[in-house]
Design a protein around this ligand. Sequence first.
Ligand SMILES: Nc1ncnc2c1ncn2[C@@H]1O[C@H](COP(=O)(O)OP(=O)(O)O)[C@@H](O)[C@H]1O
Ligand SMILES: [Mg+2]
Length: 304
Amino acid sequence: MNTVRTSDLPLPKIGRGKVRDIYAVGADRVLLLTTDRISAFDVVMAETIPMKGAVLTQISAYWFKKLEGAVPHHMISADADEIIREVPALKNHRANILGRAMLCRRTTVFPIECVIRGYISGSAWKEYAARGTLAGEKLPAGLVESAKLEPAIFSPATKAETGHDENITIARMREAVGSDVTDTLEQMTRKIYALGEAQARARGIIIADTKFEFGRDKDGRIILIDEVMTPDSSRFWAVDAYKPVSPQPSFDKQPLRDHLDAERRAGRWNGDAPPPPLPDSVVDATSKRYLEAYRRVTGSELKI
Ligand SMILES: Nc1ncnc2c1ncn2[C@@H]1O[C@H](COP(=O)(O)OP(=O)(O)O)[C@@H](O)[C@H]1O
Ligand SMILES: [Mg+2]
């Protein structure tokens, strides 16, 4: 199987995100192509991580199938042969789409990242430690870093075109997309996270927080889009290593972060692009972590 840094498929390319290339398929569908690019500390590495794109696409596909009948979503297929049947222009590109492509219903995307936090970490912990709040709303006193939040907190952010997403209050989300849409997106977010968090935890992964995107399809229905409960859109922690009161190691990126920290301490990297070259051992360890995340979440080996 190929490792892919940038894709070049014979379809109109309509977007390029940090990890995905987006192609139009007629007027009503899109092909999301997940590359093997990886970033850490906001810098994209020069190397690719074999199998990462397939892991992200197939974890999303696994959740979309689980949500069938419960939450409307955008997935049509994440199987290369089925996609080629639907999009014959891709027939000479099977190796380039294998495992990593998803054919989806095209939507008009709501410009909101629907973040839900079941544990307090990252930017949420920083704000809480400084002011006792999250997105300006008071939280209970006495929480420690990485503590479980009960109930989980819906904490939306704006989708920034460049730079960092900005946390916003629910009141601001109501102004941006309307009150009814806000309520619907919050309910859908809670339902998907509750299902995913419980199941993943039983299999050894804590989904500490995650982010969903939603859009409106051509019939006006609100559906779940983008990627779902992957290590890129979520914080994955190992259940067996979980210890509140401190930051938790990242299940997937820790080997890479540890290496980059060591390079920084040794004075070989200043933290900006270009990043230092990664040894094969770090690339291999990271690829294995992604495959292990797939195995734990789904309960089976990734077969591509
Ligand atoms: N069904 C869909 N219809 C339209 N746009 C979509 C759909 N699913 C995902 N997208 C968009 O495709 C892009 C995915 O690329 P990605 O690399 O994840 O971008 P980002 O760097 O913004 O995270 C996102 O901008 C997302 O909003
Ligand atoms: Mg994204």
